[in-house]
Write a protein that binds this ligand. Structure first.
Ligand SMILES: C[S@@+](CC[C@H](N)C(=O)[O-])C[C@H]1O[C@@H](n2cnc3c(N)ncnc32)[C@H](O)[C@@H]1O
Length: 314
C-alpha cells in the first residue's frame, strides 16, 4: 500500500544490518543468488538487495497485494529479476514450488530469506482497515487487502468472541494489564450496540480504564489494538510456520534475517534459532539481537523496538 503518488511512507528498519548479514558469506562464486523477501511492504529491503547484488533473483511475498502496485515499475527500471506474490510467508513452500525453475525432484532451495515483521507505515496510515486508533475506520485489521468471508476480522473478534477469550487475547498478545477490565467493557458495550469502528472501540477502552491507569506515555488503546491485530492475522502462528518452512528452504550456508518488533515474536525467533544451533543444524550469526543505533532511532521511532536475529544453515 503506497500513497497516491506511489511513494511509500515506510522507513525501512535496520536496512544495512539485515542485508549485509544476509549476504556476507555468499558473495563469491558465479552462482545466481536467490533470495526470498517474505514481507515486501514498501520494498525497502528488496530494493537494497537488488542494488547491491546485480543478477540476484528476488522472490517477494506480501499478504497485502496493494503493496506491489507501484513498486513493480521501480524494480523494472533497475532491471531487477523479481517476482511478486500475494501470499502469506507461512505458505512459502507453495510459492517456491511454483516459482523455482527446477525439475520436480530437485530441491527448491534459496540463499537467503528476510522477514521484517508487522505492519508497514503505509498500512497503518492509509489502508482504511482500522489498524490505527487515531483514525475512525471500520474494524477490519486484516493484512490482506480484500479479506474473504472466511477470514477473521477485528469486527468479528470484538463483537462475537467470548469475554474470556477477548481478555486472554488482550493480555496474551497485548501484555495489557487492564485486559479483564477492557474485555468486560467490550462485552457490556456490544450488548447495547455493535462496536463497528475504531473510534467506537477506543471510546469503550477509554471508559473502561480508570484515569489513574491512563498516565502512561502510550495511548490506552495501543496494546488492545495490537493484540486484536495479532489475533486477526494469527501473526505468531504464521511466524512459527514461516520460520520452519524458511529454514527447510535454505541452502547450506544460506542465511535468514528476521526483524521483530514485539517481545512475543522475538521469543519465537530466538527459541527457533537456538534449537537449530543446539541440534548443530545452524550457527547463530548474532548471539544477541542487533538493534538500531541512536541516529536511526532519532530518524525513525519505529526502529526503537526492532530486534534483528540472523542464522546460517550448516
Ligand atoms: C514492516 S513491513 C515490511 C517493510 C519492508 N521490509 C520495507 O523495507 O519496506 C511488513 C510487511 O509484511 C507484510 N506481512 C506481515 N506478515 C506477513 C506474513 N505472514 N506473510 C506475508 N506478508 C506479511 C505486511 O503486509 C507488510 O506489508
Amino acid at each position: 500500500m503506497t500513497n497516491t503518488e506511489g511513494v511509500t511512507r515506510h522507513k525501512t528498519v535496520l536496512l544495512n544490518e539485515a542485508i549485509e548479514g544476509l549476504f556476507a558469506p555468499q558473495k563469491a562464486g558465479n552462482e545466481k543468488l536467490i533470495v526470498v523477501d517474505g514481507t515486501f511492504g514498501g520494498g525497502g529491503h528488496s530494493l537494497e538487495i537488488c542494488k547491491k547484488n546485480p543478477g540476484v533473483k528476488i522472490i517477494a511475498l506480501d499478504q497485502d497485494k496493494g503493496v506491489f502496485i507501484k513498486a513493480k515499475s521501480k524494480f523494472k527500471e533497475l532491471g531487477c529479476d523479481i517476482s511478486f506474490h500475494e501470499a502469506n510467508f507461512r505458505n512459502l513452500d507453495k510459492v517456491l514450488g511454483a516459482e523455482l525453475p527446477f525439475g520436480s525432484s530437485a530441491p527448491k532451495t534459496v540463499n537467503g530469506i528476510i522477514l521484517d515483521l508487522g505492519l508497514s507505515s503505509d498500512q497503518l496510515q492509509s489502508s482504511g482497515r482500522g489498524f490505527s486508533f487515531m483514525r475512525d475506520e471500520p474494524l477490519i485489521m486484516t493484512m490482506k487487502e480484500n479479506p474473504t468471508p472466511s477470514d477473521v476480522t477485528a469486527y468479528e473478534v470484538v463483537n462475537t468472541w467470548g469475554e474470556e477469550s477477548l481478555a486472554d487475547v488482550i493480555y496474551g498478545y497485548g501484555e495489557e494489564r487492564q485486559a479483564r477490565r477492557i474485555a468486560g467493557a467490550i462485552a457490556k458495550a456490544r450488548k447495547k450496540q455493535e462496536i463497528k469502528t475504531t473510534f467506537d472501540l477506543v471510546k469503550v477502552i477509554e471508559e473502561a480504564i480508570p484515569a489513574r491507569f491512563r498516565k502512561s506515555k502510550i495511548h490506552c488503546a495501543t496494546k488492545t489494538f495490537q493484540a486484536i491485530r495479532i489475533a486477526v492475522n494469527d501473526e505468531l502462528g504464521a511466524l512459527s510456520e514461516g520460520l520452519e518452512k524458511g529454514f527447510q528452504t535454505l541452502k547450506e550456508g544460506g542465511r535468514m534475517s528476521v526483524i521483530s518488533f514485539h517481545s512475543l515474536e522475538d521469543r519465537i525467533v530466538k527459541r527457533f534459532f537456538k534449537k537449530q544451533a543446539n541440534e548443530k543444524k545452524a550457527i547463530l550469526i548474532s548471539k544477541k539481537p542487533i538493534t538500531a543505533g541512536k541516529e536511526e532511532i532519532k530518524n525513525n521511532s519505529r526502529a526503537r523496538s526492532a530486534k534483528l536475529r540472523i542464522i546460517q544453515k550448516i
